[in-house]
Write a protein that binds this ligand. Structure first.
Ligand SMILES: Nc1ncnc2c1ncn2[C@@H]1O[C@H](COP(=O)(O)OP(=O)(O)OP(=O)(O)O)[C@@H](O)[C@H]1O
Ligand SMILES: [Mg+2]
Length: 413
């Protein structure tokens, strides 16, 4: 019997890091391994359809969800040849939102340098007092200001009378976050930390240069569209719209009078986000669809239906960013990921809507097989592995990270 690599890892200082997304379409497990120098390599993947267990990014049938997660984990264990014991888990759903907060901390004595206690104090003041059962998922520092001077990366050791901090805080309903954590723990696995799926996808899909210049990442999944904006290397905006590829298929089903299964198949085989002039007059025939007569469907009609829904979705995002004053900060443009990024002509539609450059993501996560790195559906789980590697590196340097990964209570870590 081969020795599981997890056991070997105890001796050679390599570490196994696992990302798990329990998505509306599929559970996706990605396995990474860091070597003694911290270099990350992706060594395995496992996916399994969630088949009605998840709606709009949230578990609605725990038994079915556990079945799908178990199968995805088994496939990942086989592909990576390791035994998996703990995961970094993503969370999404319409209850998740991100907001910017500001903290001010007066420093009483002017002849004293800013110290660690001052940093903790100002960070606490930027913490929102959440109500209605909400919990902070991430609190991410954007930048310090010392006596009114912005852009200060490290205020330690400076003399000042006033220390300020800006932070982006992502929060969600604790009970709704707990569902996926419980499903994973029910399988005997430890949850190391919980991350907002949009942040994880961005971690995989955006380069440091794009985060610096300003970029919008859109993760178009089956049940949700998560999007985040990075600028000056910090997270500025995060949102979830509970609309995804399933809604596109549903529109096709209603508009073209097809069963859901036929609508999904038609979308995957002939879909496009912009009407294709070459498709004019082309049709597809369906015979004996469940409970429906034979049907002949126009491809142009299919494209119109998809175009309407996808354009509406992109306009919602554009209008939200316009209200937040962020459109002018997107100098690196828009990056698309998630299974929905596969829709032909979506890049061109998004270019028309946002009036800026748009590209489909390729994961920027260490090294690994392109069959994993190039799959837009894997971005979230890949990003979880990268975030996990970063967190472990920070822990080794004893940055306990009071300002991030505040889901300790949830994960029991
Ligand atoms: N070629 C394609 N054309 C159109 N849609 C596609 C294509 N490939 C995948 N999709 C759609 O992508 C969606 C699945 O994407 P993904 O795997 O990212 O979702 P998920 O992560 O499981 O869901 P969520 O994140 O919303 O909970 C499905 O709705 C599927 O129809
Ligand atoms: Mg997803």
């Amino acid at each position: 019997m081969p020795v599981p690599r997890a056991a070997e890892a105890m001796f050679d200082k390599s570490e196994i890091i696992v990302g798990l997304e329990i998505g509306t379409a599929k559970a996706c497990v990605v396995v990474g391994e860091t070597d003694a120098d911290g270099a990350l390599q992706i060594i395995g993947v496992g996916t399994e359809p969630t088949r009605g267990a998840v709606r709009k990014g949230e578990i609605v049938n725990a038994d079915l969800a556990e079945e799908a997660i178990r199968a995805a984990l088994a496939a990942a264990e086989e592909s990576a040849d390791v035994e998996l014991r703990s995961v970094y888990l993503s969370a999404t759903g319409s209850h998740i939102e991100g907001n910017n907060y500001h903290g001010v901390h007066p420093i009483a004595s002017v002849d004293r340098e800013i110290d660690e206690e001052d940093l903790k104090a100002v960070e606490r003041k930027a913490h929102p007092k959440l109500t209605d059962g909400r919990e902070v998922l991430h609190a991410l520092r954007q930048g310090y200001r010392v006596d009114g001077q912005g852009g200060v990366e490290n205020p330690l050791g400076r003399f000042a009378s006033r220390l300020e901090v800006d932070a982006h805080v992502v929060s969600g309903q604790i009970t709704r976050l707990q569902n996926s954590v419980c499903a994973v723990k029910g399988l005997g696995l430890e949850v190391e930390a919980l991350a907002f799926a949009g942040r994880a996808a961005a971690c995989a899909a955006l380069s440091p240069e794009q985060c610096e210049l300003g970029a919008l990442l859109i993760d178009l999944g089956a049940g949700t569209t998560d999007y985040v904006v990075y600028h000056n290397r910090s997270l500025r905006h995060s949102r979830v719209i509970a609309v995804g590829g399933e809604h596109v298929s549903n529109d096709i089903s209603v508009g073209l009078k097809l069963s859901n299964a036929r609508a999904e198949k038609l979308k995957l085989e002939h879909g496009a986000a912009l009407p294709d002039p070459a498709a004019h007059g082309r049709t597809v025939n369906f015979t004996s669809d469940v409970g429906l007569d034979n049907r002949t469907v126009s491809i142009s009609h299919l494209h119109q239906v998809m175009h309407a829904r996808l354009k509406e979705l992109l306009l919602l995002i554009r209008d939200d960013l316009a209200r937040a004053g962020l459109l002018a900060h997107l100098r690196a443009g828009v990056v698309l990921t998630g299974g929905g990024a596969r829709v032909p002509e979506l890049e061109r539609l998004a270019t028309q809507v946002f009036q800026m450059s748009v590209q489909t993501a390729r994961a920027k996560v260490g090294s690994g097989p392109s069959s994993i790195l190039d799959e837009p559906e894997c971005s979230t789980a890949l990003g979880l592995v990268k975030l996990g590697a970063q967190q472990r590196a920070a822990q080794r340097q004893s940055h306990t990270g009071v300002f991030d990964w505040l889901a300790d209570r949830l994960t029991g870590a």
